[in-house]
Unconditional design. Structure first.
Length: 202
C-alpha cells in the first residue's frame, strides 16, 4: 500500500493544493493521499489563521469528489506545533506495511534541513516534491545536505512537475476581505459556499 501525506495550513484549501496531489497520485500510483491540516504550522510563527476546525471542514468539503483523497485531524489535536517526524511515526505505527510518501512543495524541500529531526523524515518516507515547470535541481545540489543527495541517488525523492495554477491562499483571503469575486476554478464550489456562509475572512 502506497500512502501519501500532505500537510499544510490550507487557509483556505484551493485547486493549487489539489491538482498537484492528483498528478502525484497518478504518476506514483499512490493508493490514497491523506491531507493533514495543521492547527499551528511550525514554519509560520506569528500569523493568525482561520479556526482549525473550519480549515479541516473546508478540506473535507474540497475532497468529497475524490474517493482516494482523505483528510485527517491528527495535527489539529495538539496544543503545540505539529512536527512532521511525529506524524510519520504515528502513520508508521498504524500501518507498518504501508510505504509512506511525504508530499511537499519545492520550497519546503530546499528548506527541509531546518525541520525538526529532519534526517528521520528522510529515512521514514519517500519525498515527493511538487514543482513548477522549469524547476531545476542543477546548481542547487552542492548546497543540499549529504543525506538529501543520498536519498535522491537512491530514488527516494520524486520530483513531480505541475502546470502552475494562478491562485494562492493569500489572494483568496484578500479577495474575500475586500468583497471581490473569486474567479471560477480557484476553489471547489463547496468551499466558496462555506466561506461565504461563515465569513471567515472579513
Amino acid at each position: 500500500m502506497k500512502v501519501g501525506l500532505f500537510g499544510g495550513s490550507f487557509d483556505p484549501i484551493h485547486q493549487g493544493h489539489i491538482e498537484p496531489v492528483l498528478e502525484a497520485q497518478r504518476r506514483l500510483g499512490l493508493d490514497r493521499v491523506v491531507f493533514l491540516p495543521t492547527a499551528t504550522p511550525p514554519h509560520k510563527p506569528g500569523r493568525s489563521f482561520a479556526p482549525a476546525l473550519a480549515r479541516f471542514a473546508m478540506v473535507e468539503l474540497a475532497l468529497l469528489d475524490h474517493a482516494d483523497l482523505l483528510v485527517s485531524a491528527h495535527e489539529l489535536t495538539q496544543d503545540r506545533p505539529a512536527y512532521t517526524v511525529e506524524t510519520l511515526a504515528l502513520f508508521h505505527a498504524a500501518e507498518p506495511d504501508s510505504e509512506l510518501h511525504l508530499l511537499i512543495g519545492a520550497d519546503s524541500f530546499l528548506e527541509i534541513s531546518t525541520w525538526v529531526r529532519w534526517r528521520e523524515i528522510v529515512d521514514a518516507a519517500r519525498l515527493v516534491v511538487l514543482t513548477r515547470p522549469g524547476f531545476r535541481l542543477d546548481g542547487l545540489e552542492p548546497g543540499l545536505a549529504p543525506e538529501l543527495a543520498v536519498a535522491i541517488d537512491a530514488g527516494r525523492v520524486h520530483f513531480i512537475e505541475n502546470a502552475p495554477i494562478a491562485v494562492s491562499s493569500t489572494e483568496v483571503r484578500r479577495r474575500f476581505a475586500a468583497g471581490e469575486p473569486i474567479p471560477d476554478g480557484w476553489l471547489p464550489p463547496r468551499v466558496v459556499r462555506y466561506l461565504r456562509k461563515y465569513r471567515l475572512y472579513p
